[in-house]
Design a protein around this ligand. Sequence first.
Ligand SMILES: [Zn+2]
Length: 249
Amino acid sequence: MSKKLALVFTLSLMIFLLAGSVGCAESLFGSLTLGLEKNIGLYNYQSVTMEKRVVQLPPAKAEHLNELFERLVSHSARRNELHFRLTVIRDDSVNAFALPGGYVFVNTGLLSYVKNDSELAGVLGHEIAHIDRSHSMKSIYRSAGISMALVLLLNNDNNDDARRKQIFSEIAGVSMRLAQLGYSRNAEFEADRYGLAIMEKSGYNKQDLLNFWRRFRAQSAEPEQGKAFTILSTHPPTSERIRQIESLP
Ligand SMILES: [Zn+2]
């Protein structure tokens, strides 16, 4: 593709993206961005599983956990376009996180902290919600990353492979940081709302999620417990999240 043509193509796609138009261009763009999301997810999944210790649970426990996860995934709006998978990490901190493309991680610290399946379903529903609502990819497209993402999507002639690789790892880094440190306040609240809906459609109880967060709030305030609770409790403050969940129908 010539540079001029690439520029015209880029601008047209940006206009379609910004205007939110429907039709062929959007579905073309949709499949390009879906491909990019899957690549970023896989790339980050591979780095997480290289850096952290992946746990193979005993068969009965693994089966039970997978059933719970699949039940939640069956209420995901993106279940047909993504392959959702859950990976258990050996780590004592009470945490779970999601990467674009359908990759959800849960720490052994969270598995032993929850009192029942319903509490776990509440936390995992929240993580699936981040993926369903494309929080990671939206942040990438909204930020300075949009022009970089378009370079990745359009420049397939491999003239400048080193640059493509550099851009790709920068974009993948953005989604990794979001997954580890938390999304914007609005995205977190949205994931709480949407995740609660997934949890309830799957037959779990909102009260259990509230119990989880109340216990979490009380125990993360204890100084000797502080470290194990840091990540999941970054923001918004737990009390605000509890208030929002309480206020939902
Ligand atoms: Zn979150």
